[in-house]
Design a protein around this ligand. Structure first.
Ligand SMILES: [Zn+2]
Length: 177
């Protein structure tokens, strides 16, 4: 993925190789997940999550806040041997696509499936086998999420609500008493 590498180099993103796709567990709040990467950007050390999407979704705030919260727990910090405290979190959004040279429709790979999208009126769009796909183009965007405390609060509230909704099954499997 050249777009990705070029952007990372240009933006000065350092991916800590020992912290790629590591599992994080919150013993205190009981949840787990996998952090894509821990990175240093502009001297700050933080959680970097990678999304292949056309936009930023608000759920990203909750997910990344949850990772940071877990990574502040002493037990996890020690077991992962974190070199320093996590200071922030970012989303690196990568959106790669090809554009049809004839009708300007876009082709994206999403989870192994191709998705064609067109903004034009249907009569001016090629049929499936008429498209002539150009070079892979990509736009990459990095966004830092500054409102950590309100995001953590929202995450924990969402988790509590989810547990309340699923209390029957959570009791059955012994997660809740
Ligand atoms: Zn086309």
């Amino acid at each position: 993925m050249n777009v990705f590498r070029d952007f990372s180099d240009a933006r000065g993103i350092f991916f800590h190789p020992e912290f790629i796709e590591r599992s994080v567990v919150s013993f205190k709040n009981r949840y787990a997940g996998t952090v894509d990467a821990l990175a240093t950007i502009d001297g700050k050390f933080g959680v970097l999550d990678i999304k292949t999407s056309t936009g930023f979704y608000r759920e990203y705030n909750l997910q990344t806040a949850a990772y940071v919260l877990a990574l502040q727990e002493e037990e996890l910090k020690q077991s992962l041997e974190l070199p320093r405290n996590i200071e922030t979190r970012w989303i690196l959004r990568i959106n790669q696509h090809r554009v049809c040279l004839k009708c300007r429709a876009t082709l994206r790979e999403k989870g192994g499936r191709s998705k064609v999208r067109s903004k034009r009126i249907p009569e001016n769009v090629c049929t499936d086998d008429e498209h002539e796909w150009g070079e892979m183009e990509g736009d990459v965007e990095l966004k830092e999420f500054p409102y950590y405390y309100s995001d953590v609060k929202a995450f924990l509230a969402a988790k509590t609500l989810w547990e309340w909704e699923h209390v029957f099954w959570l009791k059955k499997i012994g997660y809740l008493r």
